[in-house]
Design a protein. Structure first.
Length: 169
């Protein structure tokens, strides 16, 4: 638990104005997709969990491919009102951290451990988005994304620290 907290703090340090790692300059061959996880992450988020996080307004996202080429299934959940509304995406995906690392040529990428799981952090992007992808033992992963005005990676890592201990491995 201490190692996880220390690692998470190190990731957060890169999101709070410290220089972020440079985008990858050399393309890497992408690994093939793994099996799609069978559990529904959004149904696994209890009302109690959502309430404690101040999250509301669940929007189900049908299974399909995202902009990173990941087959994913999940939901988007908001917090607050415009213009300071926070948006989190919670998904299961057929891809893992190695895939995220391989496609990270355009955005900063760093690898860490959260809840004992290998986790890749991609971002922040120019539009204020960050993604955290944690591997699942049976293949695929849990993807948490966030789009925020300030410190998107900090907020995504905080959510991953809270959510991942409640999820299957």
């Amino acid at each position: 638990m201490v190692a996880t907290a220390v690692t998470s703090l190190a990731v957060l340090a890169g999101c709070n104005g410290s220089p972020a790692p440079s985008p990858r300059a050399t393309p890497v061959t992408t690994p093939p997709p793994g099996p799609m996880p069978t559990f529904d992450l959004c149904k696994a988020l209890s009302e109690d969990f959502l309430s404690k996080q101040g999250l509301t307004a669940t929007l189900t996202i049908p299974r399909g491919e995202n902009e990173l080429g990941m087959d994913r299934n999940g939901c988007v959940i908001g917090k607050g009102e415009e213009p300071s509304r926070l948006l989190f995406g919670f998904y299961v995906t057929d891809r893992n951290v190695e895939y995220m690392k391989a496609i990270s040529a355009e955005l900063p990428f760093r690898e860490t451990t959260i809840d004992g799981r290998v986790t890749g952090i991609l971002g922040p992007s120019k539009i204020g988005e960050c993604k955290a992808l944690s591997n699942l033992s049976g293949g695929g992963g849990i993807l948490i994304s966030g789009q925020f005005v300030k410190d998107p990676c900090e907020k995504v890592v905080e959510m991953a620290d809270t959510l991942l201990p409640l999820m299957p491995r």
